[in-house]
Design a protein around this ligand. Sequence first.
Ligand SMILES: Nc1ncnc2c1ncn2[C@@H]1O[C@H](COP(=O)(O)OP(=O)(O)OP(=O)(O)O)[C@@H](O)[C@H]1O
Ligand SMILES: [Mg+2]
Length: 412
Amino acid sequence: MAQAGIADMIEIDELNHATILWNLHQRYFKDDIYTYVGPTLLAVNPFMALDAKYPPSVIEDYKQIMQAEENYLEVMRSLPAHTYAVAAYAHKQLIVTKTRQAIVIAGESGAGKTEAAKLAMAFLTALGSKNVDESKGPLATRILSTNPVLEAFGNSRTARNDNSSRFGKYIKLYFDKEDGLCVGAENKNYLLEKSRVIGCTPVERNYHIFFFILRGAPDATAKRLGMTDAKGARKHYSAFRYLATCNDIRTFKDKDGNEKKESMEARDLKDYAELAAAFVSLGFPQPEIDAIHDVTAAALHCGELVLDPSTFDDGKANTPVSVTSTAVVAQIATLLGIQNPQDLVTEVVMKGALEGVAARSPDKLTNVENAVGSLAKGLFDNMFNWLVVSMNQEILPEALKSPSPSELNAFE
Ligand SMILES: Nc1ncnc2c1ncn2[C@@H]1O[C@H](COP(=O)(O)OP(=O)(O)OP(=O)(O)O)[C@@H](O)[C@H]1O
Ligand SMILES: [Mg+2]
């Protein structure tokens, strides 16, 4: 494949900002978005699918790197620069050196880290798998299905990126050290941005999942979740306080270069369908899928709780702030399986919920407001962590799921 500019910038005689930018510019306009700088791959975000230039079938070309003998570095360098090449090289090194390899993906928000990670995962899981419970479906499909789930619950629209990851992610892929086949994977997540659950700035959106469910869930589900109005019509996202300030309009340039605006609704509907399919691929039972919907909706409804501070008296009367929206309280309690809705109210209007104090006194309005927000954030964050753990159970190598007899012996 003929390439523009210089494919490895280490070969540029005078390496400075101007020559680097000029070279990247030359290559970018020929859709050569990948350029090496020695062992590092630099990817320029194309902001469009480059399926014609890099169809999925090119994966086959990069498999040559693993099939090569000692000259695998030469084979890698003979192929056009690509994320697949980096993934193939790391895999080959793993097998040759029998030492763990890491691919570090760095860049500013919107640079393309998540997309690059998905390409590397797609390549490495396409190599084939072994020692897996095939009754659960192909391991590669299960591993790749974790991406739409993590993005639905952990990504949102920001000023810089319509699909910004709001958590840190570390993914481990495990391979058989002899034949290099994939035996499993494991996701670790760090620090989800919890503040976003209860609102965002006017140029951003809350987590995608709220929009996906609101727009994409089947009618009966939307009704159960309190996402329909009295006439049975789907509520608009602006009816929910935590979503009301969100900016759902995306500006983009069409193929003629004209600026266009569109709602993210069509994308949300497509992504909800992809999420639903991912849950099925991962083997989540329907009651768990329902519970995930319920907890997400419960977090959203926390924003609808109306507080009346006029009843608050922490003196003689000892009366708490009132929660006047009884229907919302009942809805949240039902979604969370809390038998007595009053228990939910007590948790937010009285002091000492976290301290486990037995004799609890009424709390002032600002603290009650914070308690409601903390409830929403805590529900969402715990569910996110639970999702990562649950998905790992479906993709972890069999040997890591439960101690093998030999490991037990070693323990003794
Ligand atoms: N290789 C690519 N091919 C096509 N589009 C891409 C590619 N890389 C990035 N994009 C586009 O850029 C957008 C932002 O990329 P991505 O979400 O991967 O950025 P990020 O570095 O993970 O940002 P953040 O730090 O905000 O999570 C993608 O949604 C996609 O539209
Ligand atoms: Mg990202």
